[in-house]
Design a protein around this ligand. Structure first.
Ligand code: PTJ
Length: 253
């Protein structure tokens, strides 16, 4: 642990980096995960490190979709486990979703470490780590094709935070509802998902938990209404517009 002065202008960003670096040293995060985080940081900088109105709308729709699902699954990778372990467990509980470890850079040791980390943060059941339940989805071309028969394989809705593009498109082709959390609104995942939350996962997850607690009191009809009024393409265009405006304002000085 390093000493980050609370007065440092980038203190929060440095603390998040440190969580990820700790996660790397603990065997949760792949080395590539550190680079992926840097790409996310660059987009977050443009967003002003804030949750936009568009992200709030996407969160509302995403939670409505999760609460309406029959078999929702939250896919967990190394970065998610290192950055928001408690929040992802709380969200799974709030929307009654399964948690499944699913890695791009496949490693049995890291799968076990991530599952153990989630259990330490209160998860009762973690899928994706027992070979006897593992099956392959041939439509997915990366290591992520290995999924749990009781989880992603059977899911009707999957939340894929910090994802690489290929799987989102493949899971969509299989008829699953896809929710992405991705700071890059231009990524293939962001473009292919049904609902894309363009926000840092460290802000998006706590907001999703709060929203789930609120929306769980709504009827199915009300949840469907929220879902029907959400347009992902329009929301992504509005997010890009927000980013362009910020850059334009900064360039004018
Ligand atoms: O643990 P593994 O093996 O499953 O690997 C995980 C990574 C993230 C390395 C893997 O999925 C990967 O390579 O992802 P990509 O293709 O780099 O895509 C990650 C996306 O997440 C990029 O579009 C980033 O902008 C975005 N991103 C990075 N950090 C955050 C983020 N989005 C939200 N919150 C973040 N903190």
């Amino acid at each position: 642990m390093s000493d980050i002065l609370p007065t440092h202008p980038r203190a929060e960003s440095l603390r998040i980096r440190e969580r990820l670096a700790d996660g790397f040293r603990a065997g949760l995060v792949a080395p590539e995960g550190l680079a992926a985080h840097g790409r996310g940081e660059a987009f977050d900088y443009i967003l002003g490190e804030q949750t936009t109105v568009q992200a709030r709308r996407a969160v509302e729709a995403a939670v409505a979709m999760l609460l309406s699902a029959r078999r929702p699954v939250i896919s967990v990778n190394g970065n998610v486990a290192a950055l928001v372990p408690s929040e992802v467990v709380r969200l799974a509980r709030a929307v009654d979703a399964a948690l499944e470890v699913n890695l791009f850079h496949s490693s049995a040791e890291r799968e076990e470490a991530i599952a153990g980390h989630l259990r330490e943060h209160g998860a009762e059941r973690v899928l994706g780590v027992e070979p006897k339940f593992s099956i392959q989805i041939s439509e997915v071309h990366s290591n992520r094709r290995k999924v749990d028969r009781r989880g992603i394989a059977a899911a009707d809705v999957v939340l894929v935070p910090l994802e690489d593009g290929d799987r989102t498109e493949a899971l969509k082709k299989l008829g699953k509802g896809l929710i992405a959390i991705d700071l890059n609104p231009m990524s293939r995942t962001a473009q292919a998902a049904d609902i894309t939350i363009v926000d840092n996962i460290v802000r998006a997850l706590p907001l999703m938990v709060k929203t789930a607690e609120r929306l769980s009191r709504k009827s199915r009809v009300e949840l469907r209404k929220i879902l029907k009024s959400f347009d992902n393409s329009a929301n992504l265009r509005a997010t890009l517009g927000f980013m362009f405006e910020r850059l334009e304002r900064l360039s004018r000085g």
